[in-house]
Design a protein around this ligand. Structure first.
Ligand SMILES: Cc1cc2nc3c(=O)[nH]c(=O)nc-3n(C[C@H](O)[C@H](O)[C@H](O)COP(=O)(O)OP(=O)(O)OC[C@H]3O[C@@H](n4cnc5c(N)ncnc54)[C@H](O)[C@@H]3O)c2cc1C
Length: 281
């Protein structure tokens, strides 16, 4: 029999997670309840984050950064007008998650904590250089998104830690996009691509999803490509660098070979769209 606990502060939630072995936070419940029903999770206690003030909502900080509370629902992220320019990629990824029911219940914190390799936020967050704020028994700390996923469904979150917020650098005046290849609308990605141009239009940041345990980004290859976005050979070499870092699986959504073939195509097509958007602006 599982007990659901409703702390009213973050400190209470951290203390409850520490007190009960096998306790887990519950946010929107969309993934956790399905996992429980399938017998994949058997927690004695679920610690609801629902009544804790300050965990929901999106705000622009004084220095221009955008802060998203971990309990912010996908629908609110998809509808927010704070994700402009280089951060539009986050809003677009949120709008492509599942369906309206899941977007109205699921939260950014729940999705990031769950770290499904095929989920939509992680590549968007990697492209946008997000920083994760967590609180646990040893206090608060921050985790850069590029060091967050450590293996399949394994993250830098320690047991008992709660993800409290996701913070993005101030949006730049540069186009960004998110594209996912899925079997049907609303399905998890077979492969996905989150991309933003640099404000000078000469470089990019790109992260590939669903082709390994976590989002694939190569900052060094991005630096080499800077200034050569219109050179197909340079773009092909850049894409090959990301393919070399990929570690896809064969599953019901596609074979590993198919996923590897999608990476250069996604990069070329999203890049072409962003260059056109930049030229039209
Ligand atoms: C039918 C269906 C289709 C879906 N399709 C997609 C899709 O296309 N793309 C996509 O990206 N996602 C998809 N999802 C997943 C969806 O985005 C979920 O909303 C998300 O993965 C989990 O969010 P949640 O708030 O419901 O988390 P929960 O289900 O409450 O929790 C998920 C996990 O995260 C932990 N957790 C939750 N919040 C925190 C926190 N703040 N700190 C630490 N740990 C925490 C929980 O303990 C649990 O282990 C789908 C889900 C369903 C049910």
């Amino acid at each position: 029999m599982t007990q659901i606990l409703f702390p009213e502060t973050l400190d209470q939630a951290v203390a409850l997670l520490a007190r009960h072995d096998e306790a887990r936070p519950i946010a929107g419940g969309t993934t956790l309840v399905a996992m429980r029903n399938a017998g994949l999770v058997d927690s004695s206690h679920l610690v609801s984050l629902d009544r804790i003030p300050g965990l929901r909502g999106i705000e622009r900080l004084a220095d221009g950064r955008i802060r998203v509370g971990a309990m912010t629902r996908h629908a609110d992220t998809a509808a927010s007008d704070l994700f402009t320019g280089s951060l539009a990629v986050v809003r677009k990824a949120a709008g492509m998650i599942a369906n309206k029911v899941v977007r109205n219940m699921g939260t950014m914190g729940g999705s990031v904590a769950n770290a499904d390799p095929a989920a939509d936020y992680l590549p968007a967050l990697a492209c946008a250089d997000a920083v994760l704020s967590v609180l646990g028994p040893d206090g608060a700390r921050e985790i850069p998104i590029l060091t967050y996923v450590q293996d399949w469904y394994e993250t830098a979150l320690e047991p008992g830690e709660i993800l409290t917020a996701i913070t993005f650098p101030a949006p730049e005046d540069a186009p960004s996009a998110y594209r996912k290849i899925a079997r049907v609308s609303g399905d998890y990605a077979t492969a996905s691509c989150a991309m933003a141009l640099t404000p000078d239009g000469q470089g990019l940041r790109v992260a590939i999803g669903a082709c390994g345990p976590g989002p694939i980004r190569d900052v060094q290859a991005e630096a080499v490509l800077h200034g050569h976005l219109q050179d197909p050979q340079a773009v092909a070499e850049f894409a090959a660098a990301l393919v070399a870092k990929a570690d896809p699986v064969d599953d019901v959504r596609g074979s590993a070979d198919y996923r590897l073939a999608l990476i250069p195509r996604l990069i070329a097509s999203v890049l072409s769209d962003l260059i056109s958007a930049k030229e039209a602006a």
